[in-house]
Design a protein around this ligand. Structure first.
Ligand code: NDP
Length: 334
């Protein structure tokens, strides 16, 4: 079994030396256990948080432990009547080839519902994040303007497409002209703005002539600075992620601007609400029905960035935190 463990905790950007590829033997199956072989491994920004010892909503990966991650795995051998050889399951196997599981925490997948890797993206955790955060906290109304960054990724792309289905105007922020063209030409966003362009703030203001009613926060930092003055009275801000800061080990120097933020919250009567996807677990069925239906009908699209080979997971993950991925990043392991 090849597995990638956390070799050291990064300060700042993770480097290849923070990961280590190891081999170990898989134990023989006991009663009630199944042997899972990883087909696809999901790479997600939250994993950067698990590499750090800082207190968060989930416990960190320990040094020497397998990196956490969701996989689509195939049952290769089964001593558990609930699983048959060949079944596909969603599993918390992490960055490795095989996992012996007692069956807890596994979810059987029906291949009729979509291609296997989609359960890590549009039909999985990122899709659910977009659906729940936008509809429960953002609550976009017809004619309103919804802005989302990391808009070519699995969360952001779904936020913009659902916003349009709800009758809102969707403005996406992404890194580079190719991702921006994809948003407007393929996904139907009303406008796209490149956060790397020198006139980013002005371009965002031009793309939002009526201000911003919902800002789905995925990145923070300079993007949020450009968004804040454009927020309308009573705007809603689902705070989903702050990926621009995940590699920071301390606050950037500069004047304390929390007063500016709070003044905006007060005078514009803003709602900012943080959430973790599983806070909305009760919406999971509605999510599968709605997004599954929209995908089948072609009303929403999902793009994947598939990297071949477990050994390439660290490099792909490091790149994702800087925008090197284009679509939901998954590793094809076998
Ligand atoms: P993506 O595949 O979109 O990857 C992250 C993207 O962030 C990069 O591709 C890059 O896109 C963008 N990015 C990185 N640095 C910056 C920066 N400095 N400024 C602007 N954009 C930047 O990731 P996901 O769709 O999986 O996740 C999106 C967000 O949602 C993350 O913050 C993640 O942590 C969060 N999340 C939160 C969950 C929750 O339960 N709260 C659950 C799932 C995800 P570009 O090239 O466009 O810059």
């Amino acid at each position: 079994n090849r597995r990638i463990v956390l070799a050291a905790r990064p300060h700042g950007e993770p480097k290849p030396e923070h990961f280590r590829l190891e081999e170990n033997r898989v134990n023989a199956l006991r009663d009630g256990e199944v042997l899972l072989r990883t087909r696809f491994l999901s790479l997600d920004p939250y994993m950067r948080g698990r590499m750090s010892a800082a207190k968060s909503y989930a416990k960190p990966v320990e040094i020497g432990e397998v990196m956490v991650g969701q996989t689509v795995s195939a049952v290769e051998a089964s001593h558990n009547p609930a699983f048959a050889v060949g079944d596909l399951v969603l599993s918390p196997a992490g960055w490795q080839d095989y996992l012996v599981s007692d069956g807890r925490g596994l979810h059987k997948l029906d291949p009729a519902d979509g291609p296997p890797s989609a359960f890590l993206g549009a039909l999985g955790m990122p899709g659910m994040t977009a659906y729940a955060g936008l509809l429960e906290i953002g609550r976009p109304q017809s004619g309103e303007t919804v802005v989302v960054a990391a808009a070519a990724g699995p969360v952001g792309s779904m936020v913009g497409q659902i916003a349009r289905i709800k009758g809102a105007r969707a403005v996406g922020i992404a890194g580079g002209p190719e991702k921006c063209a994809y948003l407007t030409e393929t996904l139907g966003f009303d406008a796209a703005v490149d956060h790397r362009a020198p006139d980013f703030s002005e371009a965002l203001a031009r793309a939002c002539p009526d201000g911003i009613d919902v800002y789905f926060e995925n990145v923070g930092g300079a993007v949020f600075d450009a968004v804040l003055p454009l927020l309308n009275d009573f705007a809603r801000v689902p705070v989903c992620g702050l990926v621009s800061g995940y590699n920071m080990s301390e606050l950037p120097p500069g004047p304390d601007r929390s007063g500016l933020l709070m003044r905006n919250v007060l005078t514009k009567r803003l709602t900012l609400r943080g959430f973790i996807v599983w806070d909305f677990a009760d919406l999971h069925e509605a999510f599968l029905r709605d997004v599954g239906g929209w995908l089948k009908a072609g009303r929403v699209k999902a793009r994947e960035d598939v990297v071949e080979g477990l050994e390439n997971a660290p490099g792909a993950f490091i790149g994702m935190l800087k925008g090197a991925n284009f679509g939901k990043l998954v590793v094809k392991v076998s």
